[in-house]
Design a protein around this ligand. Structure first.
Ligand code: NAX
Ligand code: K
Length: 513
């Protein structure tokens, strides 16, 4: 795959791919043009933050933390623009070299430039009293934790609660993974302006907690030559909307897709109610249920056709969802094996993943499937399946397990990462923390199974498309969490399910004409 059709806000590139895309753009442009685009965009965001904080740019106090590389260059040129608009700009140089052209531009516009040593109280005072601190210490060239005196000034900014705008990414965050080598030596940004595209470190791991509000600006990078292995596609409303189109005038309940759910048990009937709740709103026209909680399912959702029998006897579907609360007994094992033997897409969640991890025959049956398989582990289930913890590089871990098992893997978390066996990878990163509530995963499993059934009914799915749909389901699930939590409301899994129609409608409204 190439990056055709990607936008800066949806393209998550590795540092290596960013470097190549930048080199290609620079070859076509006059010297320094990319940095000027970046600095212009940065100055615009800084200006609007200053207007929010002080009401105006003129007379505001801006401090630039400037490292050795081009990230510092961006900050210096942006600082020059703010100084030209009347801001009082101080650049604090924290490395043994700096971008000379940027520093000259700042001085020409009335800004001040000084070298800082560890313990320099004048510098600390400048940071503490600033209206805005611009973090230009490290960008995509950063490795490991911040060194001194940068780590100390970042700590001063944190402790004094001054507003911080990060250039490209918060310094001290690993651009490719979001790993933070030292939690005491990293910038906490209120906003981050990313140039040209996203980096995984802005969305995943500890990095996501340091990024603040994220803006991605177009500096003219092309994604046409980015390899699948270097790309993660971020799902947003615009990219999800085309996959959530409503039924056509000629559709009936069968052409819209039939999804089967085998979840819950006598001990855990709630999982059945929640998984079918999700399935009812994932665009399939018909939801079947096969399992021990059939009475509770019908009592909640009269539109679901619920029976106590086996998956194998439940009738034709275009996707089965097996697992949530289903149990680990022989009967549950039979449900997984029955579903694995069918050639339609299969989603395995929760208990089904534990069975797969613990029972070599179940694992072999799933791996041998010809149809598309989607696994939806949380981190603990992922570790059981993979035999090792997720680790710091979530994207690499998910790609690796997907390739090993020949299945689409969706790893749940505050950002959800999805990969297909061929390496196509997606991230859904807009879920509110309220989604971390019991049963919310059951709703996601049902929703995704329903979406898979709906699309399978129109054209047979391949793993890459199933991975895309998995990320779209995670995005809609996150949107439903946000709808449910609106106005500060508390949220249960059933509230997330109840918010799905409004969430789908919200995403559909953004559909680009
Ligand atoms: N290359 C381009 O075309 C563009 C780059 N831009 C900016 O340039 C940035 C990348 O610039 P660079 O490649 O110069 O890299 P950085 O600005 O991230 O600086 C890296 C340098 O910092 C030092 N360093 C690395 N880790 C350190 C640590 N832990 N503590 C202290 N010093 C450390 C090293 O000397 C390294 O060379 C991007 O993030 C972006 O902000 C933008 O201007 C847009 C255009
Ligand atoms: K930075």
């Amino acid at each position: 795959m190439t990056g055709h059709g990607l936008r800066p806000a949806t393209a998550v590139l590795t540092v290596a791919a960013v470097r190549r895309a930048e080199a290609a753009a620079m070859a076509e442009l006059p010297e320094g043009a990319l940095m000027q685009r970046a600095a212009t965009a940065l100055a615009v965001v800084a200006g609007s933050m200053l207007r929010e904080i002080c009401g105006r740019v003129t007379g505001s106090r801006v401090v630039l933390l400037v490292g050795a590389g081009d990230n510092g260059g961006d900050a210096l040129y942006a600082g020059a623009r703010l100084a030209a608009r009347g801001a009082r700009v101080d650049a604090l140089l924290v490395a043994d070299r700096h971008h000379v052209g940027g520093a000259d531009a700042l001085r020409r516009n009335g800004g001040r430039v000084q070298v800082v040593a560890l313990g320099d109280l004048v510098a600390a005072e400048l940071v503490a009293r600033a209206d805005l601190v611009v973090d230009g210490i490290l960008g995509i060239g950063g490795r490991g934790a911040l060194r001194e005196p940068a780590a100390w000034l970042a700590a001063v900014a944190r402790e004094t609660d001054v507003a911080v705008l990060a250039v490209d990414l918060p310094s001290g965050v690993d651009a490719d993974t979001g790993a933070v080598a030292d939690a005491d030596a990293v910038v906490h940004a209120d906003r981050t302006v990313a140039f040209g595209c996203l980096k995984a470190g802005l969305l995943l791991g500890d990095g996501a907690l340091r990024t603040g509000e994220l803006a991605v600006v177009d500096i003219g990078l092309s994604f046409d030559d980015v390899a699948t292995s270097e790309l993660v596609v971020r799902i947003d409303d615009d990219s999800a909307a085309p996959l959530l189109a409503g039924p056509g005038a000629r559709d009936d309940k069968y052409t819209r897709g039939v999804v089967g759910v085998s979840a819950g048990s006598e001990a855990y009937p709630g999982a059945a109610v929640l998984a079918t709740a999700g399935a009812r709103h994932g665009l399939a026209g018909y939801v079947r249920y096969a399992g021990h909680a059939h009475e509770q399912v019908v009592a909640h959702w009269p539109d679901v056709v619920a029976r106590p029998g086996r998956v194998a006897d439940a009738g034709r579907t275009q996707c089965w969802v097996v697992g949530s609360g289903r149990g680990l007994d022989e009967d549950a094992r039979g449900a997984v094996l029955d579903a694995a033997a069918l050639d339609v897409p299969l989603l395995l969640d929760a208990d089904a993943l534990t069975l797969m991890a613990d029972d070599a025959d179940v694992r072999a049956a799933v791996v041998a499937r010809s149809g598309v398989t989607v696994l939806t582990p949380h981190a603990g289930e992922f570790a059981r399946l993979a035999g090792v913890p997720v680790g710091e590089d979530r994207v690499a871990a998910v790609r690796s397990l997907a390739a090993d098992l020949g299945a689409v893997v969706l790893l749940k978390g505050s950002a959800t990462v999805v990969a297909a066996p061929d390496g196509h990878a997606y991230v859904a990163a807009s879920a509110p923390p309220e989604l971390a509530t019991a049963g919310s995963g059951d709703v996601l499993a049902g929703l995704l199974g329903s979406l898979l059934a709906h699309h399978e009914a129109h054209a047979p799915l391949d793993p890459a498309r199933a991975a895309l749909l998995a990320a779209v389901a995670a995005h809609v699930h996150g949107a439903a969490g946000a709808v449910a939590a609106d106005d500060g409301r508390t949220v249960t899994a059933l509230d997330v399910a109840a918010a799905l129609p409004a969430a789908v409608a919200r995403v559909r409204r953004s559909s680009p004409e």
